[in-house]
Design a protein around this ligand. Structure first.
Ligand SMILES: Cc1cc2nc3c(=O)[nH]c(=O)nc-3n(C[C@H](O)[C@H](O)[C@H](O)COP(=O)(O)O)c2cc1C
Length: 323
């Protein structure tokens, strides 16, 4: 293991941090990693189409629901006027959220359109992110081709390799943000990509050069002060993008750690596989499972500390003794 490094600690509840100039506050980019960038299409109650470039939100997980399984996703939108001028305020709301927020509240459906890296797409992304008046379609303005949806009202975007039709199942207001939990109920996949997936080792969307948002140059968040409520307006602010570089060799999880039959499995399956590999004996297998039972009956780290330590040591030994 590497040497412990010294570190700087930011207590984000400390009022002293809030008093600092924005440029000297904690850089939120230590928390926000490079994120997938995609386009979310919505409609208002009149049927006006809206396209919102989005990256705050992701696939949440796939799980059992009925026969087919359910796939959940989240998206989050700003509900503060930051970055928009007062004139952009839409009447009836105290602040200026994204149009997507009004639309998702009015018609709780959307299409999530995944994007491949290309200059023209990045250009259209930029256009769709402009403060185009609510109800005016970025689809028309940026020149996207609508793709008819089957299960929801908003159309998808035909230029995008994967389009997911989704329904809002839950939403929650946070300070300055609103987060929507979505259930994906239908997916359209570019037929060439779908064919490649079958012969190319199931790379799915990875094979379409997923568009990844890197950072925003001269991010105004760090420059806002009373005289410059929208940051330093003499500096250009544009987003940088990348994709997964598939010319580099992948780093892969080692085969010799963990179960062989499953990626994660259960503790029992994992230990059974270690037994099959010859890494532990039958007696050790029985002892480890007994230790696990004894630990789970009383997971109290002081009173049951010896069981905890013994189980920890046994697991560590399995993982780190490579034979
Ligand atoms: C790549 C990219 C990702 C973005 N992600 C988000 C996001 O996740 N949430 C958000 O509120 N705004 C995000 N934005 C900004 C909005 O897309 C932008 O404010 C847009 O004008 C909102 O559109 P709307 O008002 O039509 O919904 C993003 C912009 C870009 C270019």
């Amino acid at each position: 293991m590497g040497k412990m490094r010294e570190r700087v600690t930011y207590n984000l509840l400390d009022e002293e941090i809030l008093k600092r100039k924005p440029s000297e506050r904690f850089n939120y980019k230590f928390v926000e990693p490079p994120l997938l960038a995609y386009l979310v299409t919505t409609v208002d109650k009149y049927g006006n189409v809206n396209v919102t470039p989005t990256s705050s939100g992701s696939f949440l997980g796939e799980g059992p629901k009925g026969e087919g399984g359910a796939i959940y996703f989240s998206v989050a939108y700003k509900t503060t006027p930051q970055g928009r001028s007062r004139e952009d305020r839409w009447t009836g709301m105290e602040t200026s959220p994204r149009d997507a927020v009004y639309n998702l509240d009015e018609v709780p459906e959307c299409v999530i359109n995944y994007c491949s890296l290309s200059a023209s797409l990045v250009e259209k992304m930029r256009i769709a992110a402009l403060p185009i008046p609510k109800g005016i379609s970025e689809m028309d303005i940026a020149g996207f081709t609508p793709l008819k949806s089957r299960m929801v009202t908003p159309p998808g975007i035909a230029e995008c390799p994967v389009n997911m039709e989704a329904k809002v199942v839950h939403s929650k207001k946070l300070h300055g943000w609103k987060i929507y939990f979505l259930e994906i109920i239908g997916v359209h996949v570019d037929v060439e990509l779908d064919e490649r997936d079958k012969v190319n080792g199931h790379m799915a969307y990875l094979d379409a050069d997923p568009l990844i948002k890197l950072h925003l140059e001269n991010d105004s968040v760090f420059e806002i002060d009373e005289e410059h409520p929208y940051g330093d307006e003499s500096k250009l602010k544009r987003c940088f993008y990348t994709t997964v570089d598939r010319s580099k060799q992948y780093a892969q999880e080692p085969y010799d750690i963990g179960p062989m039959r499953r990626w994660i499995g259960t503790f029992e399956i994992w230990m059974q596989d270690e037994l099959n590999k010859g890494k532990i004996t039958r007696q050790e297998f029985d002892e480890i499972l007994e230790l696990k039972e004894n630990w789970l009956k009383n997971p109290e780290p002081v009173l049951n500390g010896s069981v905890k330590n013994e189980l920890t040591d046994r697991i560590k030994k399995i993982i780190w003794s490579r034979k």
